[in-house]
Ligand binder design. Sequence first.
Ligand code: FEO
Length: 172
Amino acid sequence: MLKEKVEKALNKQIELELFSSQLYLSMASWAEKNGYNGSADFLYIHSDEEREHMLKLFRFVNDRGGHAIVPEVKQPKLEYDSINAVFEEILEHEKMITSEINNLVGVCYEEKDFTTVNFLQWYVEEQVEEESLFSNILDKLNLLGGDKARFYMFDNEMGNLSATSTDSEDAE
Ligand code: FEO
């Protein structure tokens, strides 16, 4: 049985993961509307991944005797100044998510809920990968300067990256 404090903290994380999914969906739409189709594909897939992160937590809360709460839908930002601004915001957002997961693990330790600590290890590792992925993407973007041909190549690369991640999901 989950302790009340842990259940509350897990439900807060559910809300954050679902908001991440909404945010990346909004970014995908902006990218698609602005001619970055490869980046849009990548962001659509990433939005789905965030929903999966949310669902994993959701099922865990109910499996442990708690009540997983469907959060209210908040509208994310709709407009961005540039594709660089999109990925800068993602990296900042993921850093915030990492710090929230660390807080959540902290609550579990305080409550001596080591089962949930174990379960959350997956999230801790996932955050290391996500921060590194977005930091690499941003480094690449920052090297492009204002060269339109290079932006086109970058966007193609993002499209290829999303095709690879779909292939590996299909293989699972
Ligand atoms: Fe579910 Fe991008 O963290």
